[in-house]
Design a protein around this ligand. Structure first.
Ligand code: NAD
Length: 356
């Protein structure tokens, strides 16, 4: 009998700048090992973004990169930016490439999982008794609110309009509910409904979506100022946190510190057709670039998120996460956590060994 043809997924590879390219290479290696013996393949289409794109084309997000993403299942990004481009005009700043790709592809739903593995508890700034079962998924609306509303200023006044439509709230709520249904079925909406009209609309819409489409979910509302405190006093109590753009920006950075290092945390930004841009939350770390010591774990976990959320390859995603956790349990920690730890390539070897 003829063997079944493997499925092919198209993934746009965006190495970016400085350690972006180093950690990206680690993810590519792990994905190669992972797909061997499984019934799918990843066809990588490498494109330019950030400073590398400015050098080659004069702009941080060439049209060819956007076009490649339009036809792809997902994009995997290292990180962009660095001192080489600090004196460039605004339209040639590498970080503009990120803003443009998010806007150009309608990436409205940002996911930031914050999971504190027991083997890494000692790196958290919080006391161990506060750190039991920390496994939070923060779902942040990424293309609306005050960051995108009308803006103006004169010498003495300025205004940033915070506007949300029912449609924008509904689509990100459904994404958050879908995720919560596969987890512990608890959703917390973070808002400021005692003060803001937009927050009152969020409460009404989220309540309606949950009641009508996800009645099994346990929904709670929390003011953002209280949420900021509870994230430090009882982080283990949260499952999925849903919030608007600016609150999500702040709350997700606060939550990331629970883990103690930027080099551990992945992220995803999704659009309506499940295309996602997957990237570590850290930047291009020019201070350590070229030394072979960048922590690749956040990038590897971003690749696992890609397998789960855009490619629907949950078993492979679990395998990659299990390999990373196995390394942590065996004390294989990068230099940002352990001054005598192995370098990027050695860590990637260890992860690949556990996948083989
Ligand atoms: P950064 O995240 O690059 O680095 C902050 C600190 O964390 C540095 O000391 C760095 O060495 C360390 N660090 C970060 N990632 C690490 C890793 N994987 N392994 C080990 N150590 C790691 O932030 P920054 O220094 O403020 O910014 C550097 C450049 O990155 C800037 O140009 C900035 O605009 C850009 N940036 C890009 C992104 C992105 O591409 N998404 C995000 C943030 C910053």
């Amino acid at each position: 009998m003829a063997s079944k043809e493997p499925k092919h997924y198209r993934v746009v590879g965006l190495p970016g700048d400085y350690i972006g390219a180093e950690v990206y290479a680690a993810a590519v290696r792990a994905l190669e090992v992972l797909t061997q013996g499984r019934d799918f393949r990843i066809d990588l289409d490498e494109q330019l973004i950030g400073g590398a794109a400015v050098d080659a084309t004069g702009e941080p997000l060439p049209q060819a990169t956007l076009d490649a993403c339009e036809g792809a299942d997902a994009a995997l990004l290292g990180a962009v930016g660095g001192p080489d481009w600090d004196d460039r005009p605004a339209e040639q700043r590498p970080e503009l490439g990120l803003l443009k790709i998010r806007a150009g592809l309608g990436l409205f739903c940002n996911l930031r999982p914050v999971v504190l593995h027991p083997a890494l508890q000692r790196f958290s700034p919080l006391k161990p008794d506060r750190l039991v079962n920390v496994d939070v998924m923060i779902v942040r609306e990424l293309t609306g609110g005050s960051y995108f509303g009308n803006k103006w200023r004169n010498a003495n006044e300025a205004e940033d309009v915070c506007r949300y439509t029912r449609f924008e709230i509904e689509r990100v709520t459904r994404a958050a509910c879908d995720i919560a249904m596969k987890r512990d079925r608890r959703l917390t909406l973070i808002d400021k409904a005692n003060v803001l009209e937009t927050s009152r609309l969020w409460r009404e819409v989220v309540r309606a979506v949950v009641d009508a489409e996800f009645p099994e979910l346990d929904l709670e509302f929390l003011y953002v100022d209280a949420a900021a405190m509870h994230l430090l006093s009882r982080p283990g109590d949260f499952d999925v946190m849903l919030t608007e753009n600016m609150f999500g920006d702040i709350i997700s950075d606060e939550a990331s510190m629970l883990c103690g290092s930027l080099g551990l945390l992945p992220s995803a930004s999704l659009n309506e057709r499940r295309f996602g841009l997957y990237e570590p939350i850290h930047g291009s770390a020019p201070d350590i670039a070229g030394k072979g010591i960048a922590n690749p774990y956040a990038m590897l976990l971003s690749a696992a998120m890609m397998l789960r959320h855009s490619l629907g390859e949950d078993e492979a995603a679990d395998a990659l996460e299990t390999a990373v956790h196995g390394c942590w349990e065996d004390g294989i920690l990068s230099r940002d956590l352990d001054p005598d730890g192995p370098g990027t390539d050695e860590i990637t070897d260890e992860v690949c060994k556990r996948l083989g």
